[in-house]
Design a protein around this ligand. Structure first.
Ligand code: GDP
Length: 195
């Protein structure tokens, strides 16, 4: 996928700030520090676009990036961040919930997990909730460069088992560091958009 244009559009804190041009939206979720900004930057071939606009603790924002006038990446706040208060966590739920429930242009949610560890309880809750709302999900297992190749399959199997994943959901092995999985993930996205 050749990226001709990638720009940050808005940090939306309420639904009336979501863009109105009906371009397809691909949302990205994962716990804080899982490597979500790095993945976005790798996908759009920009070094720092995502990192500069997503800060831990900014729990209520959905960051919109417009790509090639073709789609939006919608970056969810990282979850499981230890230092946020209960009230902030509840706020996280509010904006995400209304987005997941009502956002018509949402075509796919990319849930990102770390290959080194089994998905956390928060990851499992997120996944269950997406399934409950019938959202198309692709699970990206990232930071694969951090463990030997020979262990990739086993760790992916553990991720599938821990999430009790739907066998029809795609899993994509990824490394933002090395660029592994980038083309495959773009293909998944393009299929989701074509729908
Ligand atoms: P976010 O909080 O989910 O947006 O996480 P970041 O993208 O900021 O990444 C957290 C840390 O993990 C940073 O130090 C990144 O450099 C590192 N990181 C992210 N993705 C990868 C990867 O694929 N491979 C390796 N080796 N490190 C990564």
């Amino acid at each position: 996928m050749k990226i001709k244009q990638a720009e940050f559009v808005i940090s939306a804190v309420k639904p009336d700030q979501f863009p109105e041009d009906a371009l397809p939206e691909i949302a990205l979720a994962g716990r804080s520090n899982v490597g979500k900004s790095s993945l976005i930057n790798r996908m759009i071939e920009r070094r720092n676009l995502a990192r500069t606009s997503s800060q831990p603790g900014k729990t209520q924002q959905l960051n919109y990036y417009r790509i090639n006038d073709m789609l939006y990446f919608v970056d969810f706040p990282g979850y499981g961040y230890a230092k946020v208060s209960k009230a902030q966590r509840a706020k996280w739920g509010e904006i995400i919930e209304s987005y997941i429930r009502e956002r018509e242009p949402l075509k796919l949610l990319i849930q990102i997990v770390d290959i080194r560890f089994p998905p956390t309880e928060d990851d499992c809750l997120m996944y269950d909730w997406l399934k409950h709302h019938d959202i198309p999900v692709c699970v990206v297992v990232t930071k694969c460069d951090k463990i030997p190749k020979g262990k990739w399959d086993k760790h992916i199997r553990i991720a599938k088992e821990t999430l009790q994943a739907d066998p029809s959901d795609q899993f994509v092995l990824f490394s933002s560091e090395k660029g592994i999985g980038r083309e495959e993930l773009w293909e998944v996205i393009q299929r989701a958009i074509a729908g």
